[in-house]
Structure formats: structure tokens, C-alpha cells
Design a protein. Structure first.
Length: 444
């Protein structure tokens, strides 16, 4: 029995045993050997015995493996955490008409609006007030389409940098954009301020144009491609990533991945469309099964390239390998409602950018501050130990219970997908540890 480095990551399982494993372990085969993944603490052990002999009780199970038993995650939720990151819905309007958009063409179901200078600066002041000298905080710009409010975005960035310098606090920036309004001047500005840029692309050419259209129903891919080339050429100063929303209409993932990487993106990642306000283009069980097959095909490409010593920026896989190697284990899926909050154009605070104008994620406002009662209730209720069927799932500390917004809007249609992807990533992690151990240097 040999202990491998600790791990974590998201993935789904097509093998029947994946559903039958107890809540505290998961068995899998890789490199012609059998392994056991320990849920609490995210550890992998080689196991050459009969998995049926492994105890159902976590402490007995650890004793069977000959390792010390120490719970890593308990029932205690976070309370009143420091805000370290804000996303600003600087423009609650959009020039596209994507049918699946959670923001409902940017307006979040209300009237189109733009964030005022007063609200934007107040958001910056609030974020910096949570920090002390030497801290690093983060400001994201979303919408809608944030480049609709280009002037206000630039002024807010410059204000944040100047105020951060006065306080000795470093401010990082990111933006998620549809790419249709970007100009060469924008590329220079984003590079100057070292932005992490995410461009929403749902494929290449006609595949993208099936889903991301102007309100006139014209396709957008050629415009985006022309606009992003200046950004891709300036990636020494910034990173430009592509985010692909996966629907039943664009399930050609290996082709999309290789073509977007060839364009020069720093990373490319896929995310299934699980909750659409209109119900259009949501993934069902058959589509998620097909997506899993496609994701594993992308993962195989990643494995091949890593074993050849090449960088292959498939972010879902790279992040999974990093988390598995670090031994990530978490009671929440992300920082929403904790260290990360969304800000509406009117200055309302929300659990994240997806909960703008949504009472389910309301957290106060910039004028009166965060409502700690609402925040702490959220953190208590959203803890993975309070979620079903998470309590009995071996993958619970890897996915953290799933995206809060998607779960509250649609439930958990993707649990099998998540477990399947994780199962594959566990197998791939063992293979890469043996074939390409240098890949993991500096990962912890």
C-alpha cells in the first residue's frame, strides 16, 4: 500500500461502482492497479485488497488502510469572512441576444441600466476598506457586456489603482466580455493594467454563431475573432482565456478545444449550461452523458501532450490536476457569499454576479454595508453538509455541492456528470504522476 500525493478535482463516473461507494471513499483502477480515494482530506492510496473488505465507518476505514484518522472538514460554517473580491455589473445591458443567458440579455429581468461613478467608486472603497496594508484584492467587471460602459470601467480601474497605492493594497483586475466591442485601444488598456481577460466563445465559426447572436440575429464570431487578435498578441502583460458554455447544440468539444488553443488563448475551459431563465439550451441527462465523453476525449489530448512535454491549456483538466495534487477539500464550491460578492448597477450586494437582482442571494448594499445576518445564514445553509444528496456522495469535498445559482434554480441534474469527470481525473492523475512527474513540480 503506497500513499500518493494528496488531491482534489471535479469529474463524473460512468462505472456503476461509482454510485455505490460509501460516502467516505471511492475505488478506481489506473495504470493496471487499484486505488482508493479518501473523501475527507482528498488523499489517494494504492490498495491491493478486496474493496469489499473496507469498513463503512471512516475511522475503521482509516485503520484498515493503516493511516491516522483525522477529520478535515466539520459542520462549522464560515462566519462573517473578509471580502477580498467584488464583481461589478457595470453595465446591466448587452448587445447580444443569447437565449440561455442567466443575466437575461444583461438586465437580470429588470430594466437596462449602467453603474454610476458614485456606485463604482463606493464599491472600490468598500473593497479596500476590507483590506490591510500588504493585502491583494480583486475587482472583476461583468454585465451584461462591460465594454458597453468602457469609459466608466477605465475610470474605475484608475481610481482603484490610485486608492490602492495610497493604502498599500494591490488590486488585480479581470473582465468577462463577449468580445464584440473590443478595440485595439482596449487591448492596450487591459494589458497596461494586467487584466485577466475571459472571452465568451461557444465554438468556432458557425458553431459559435448558432448560440451567440446579435439582436439582429446575425452571427458574431468573425467580429470577435478580429477584435481579440490584438489582445492575443499582448499576452505578456495579460492572460486571455476562452470560456465555452456547452449546450446540446455545440457538443464538438475536442475540435473546439484544439482550434481555440491554436488561436493562441492562454487557456480554454468548458462549462455546461445547467440553468437558463428561459429553459432554452439547458443540458439534459443525455447531453451531459455526451459531454462527459467529449470532456474525457479532451482530457486524453491533454494527457498525450503533457507526456510529450508540451503545454496544453485545457483549463478544466489543468485545474483538476492542480487541485488533486494539492489535496484540495472544501465545504463550498466557490467563494460566493463569502470572500466574493457581486455588485449590481444600483449598488446592491449579492452572493455573486449571478445573483444580481435576485432575493435568494441578497447580501445588503454598498450604502449600508453587508448584511452579516443574511451572509451567515447563507454560509450555514449552503455548507455541503447541509445539502442533499451531497452528504452521502464521495465527491462532495471536490465539487463543494455545486454552483449555488444552478442548484437553487434547477436542482442537481449534473451530479453524475461531476462524479464521472472526477473519476476520470483521478485515473489520469495517477497516470501522469507515473509518466510525467515533472509536470507537478511547483504545483503544491
Amino acid at each position: 500500500m503506497t500513499e500518493l500525493p494528496i488531491i482534489d478535482s471535479p469529474h463524473l463516473h460512468m462505472v456503476a461502482s461509482a454510485w455505490q461507494d460509501p460516502a467516505h471513499w471511492h475505488a478506481f483502477d489506473s495504470a493496471e492497479r487499484q486505488f482508493v480515494y479518501l473523501t475527507d482530506g482528498s488523499q489517494i492510496y494504492e490498495w491491493d485488497g478486496d474493496v469489499a473488505l473496507l469498513a463503512k465507518d471512516p475511522q475503521e476505514f482509516a485503520e484498515t488502510l493503516g493511516i491516522p484518522y483525522r477529520p478535515h472538514i466539520d459542520d462549522e460554517p464560515l462566519t462573517s469572512p473578509q471580502t477580498r473580491s467584488l464583481s461589478l455589473a457595470i453595465s446591466q445591458t448587452c448587445n447580444l441576444a443569447c437565449t440561455y443567458c442567466y443575466a437575461q440579455e444583461g438586465s437580470f429581468g429588470g430594466s437596462a441600466k449602467a453603474m454610476s461613478r458614485e456606485v463604482a467608486y463606493r464599491a472600490v472603497d468598500y473593497l479596500l476598506s476590507q483590506a490591510v496594508e500588504g493585502d491583494r484584492v480583486h475587482l472583476s467587471f461583468l454585465g451584461g457586456e462591460p465594454m458597453v460602459a468602457r469609459k466608466m470601467l477605465r475610470e474605475t480601474v484608475e481610481y482603484a489603482e490610485s486608492q490602492g497605492r495610497l493604502l498599500g493594497v494591490r488590486v488585480g483586475f479581470s473582465i468577462t466580455t463577449n468580445g464584440t466591442l473590443l478595440t485595439p485601444s482596449d487591448a492596450e488598456f487591459l494589458a497596461q493594467h494586467r487584466f485577466a481577460v475571459t472571452v465568451s466563445l461557444d465554438g468556432v465559426g458557425e458553431t459559435h454563431d448558432l448560440l451567440r447572436l446579435y439582436k439582429s440575429s446575425e452571427g458574431t464570431f468573425e467580429t470577435i475573432l478580429r477584435n481579440i487578435l490584438p489582445l492575443l498578441r499582448q499576452q505578456a502583460e495579460m492572460q486571455v482565456s476562452a470560456r465555452v458554455t456547452v449546450t446540446p447544440r455545440n457538443l464538438c468539444l475536442p475540435e473546439t478545444l484544439t482550434e481555440l488553443i491554436a488561436l493562441g488563448f492562454h487557456s480554454v475551459g468548458f462549462s455546461p449550461m445547467l440553468s437558463s431563465p428561459s429553459g432554452h439550451d439547458e443540458m439534459d441527462s443525455a447531453s451531459l452523458h455526451r459531454m462527459l465523453e467529449q470532456m474525457i476525449a479532451c482530457g486524453r489530448l491533454f494527457e498525450e501532450q503533457v507526456q510529450c512535454g508540451n503545454r496544453f491549456p485545457f483549463s478544466n483538466m489543468a485545474n483538476a490536476m492542480m487541485e488533486l495534487h494539492r489535496g484540495t477539500h472544501r465545504p463550498y464550491p466557490c467563494g460566493a457569499g463569502a470572500g466574493y460578492l457581486g455588485v449590481s448597477a444600483d449598488g446592491e450586494l449579492a452572493a455573486c454576479h449571478r445573483f444580481v437582482n435576485d432575493d435568494k442571494g441578497a447580501m445588503g448594499d454598498l450604502r449600508h454595508g453587508i448584511d452579516r445576518t443574511k451572509q451567515n445564514r447563507w454560509l450555514s445553509e449552503r455548507h455541503v453538509h447541509r445539502q442533499e444528496p451531497c452528504q452521502s456522495c464521495w465527491a462532495r469535498y471536490l465539487c463543494g455541492g455545486g454552483c449555488h445559482h444552478e442548484v437553487l434554480k434547477r436542482g442537481r441534474p449534473a451530479c453524475n456528470y461531476i462524479r464521472g469527470w472526477l473519476h476520470y481525473c483521478l485515473e489520469a492523475y495517477v497516470r501522469l504522476q507515473e509518466c510525467s512527474p515533472l509536470y507537478f513540480q511547483g504545483t503544491r
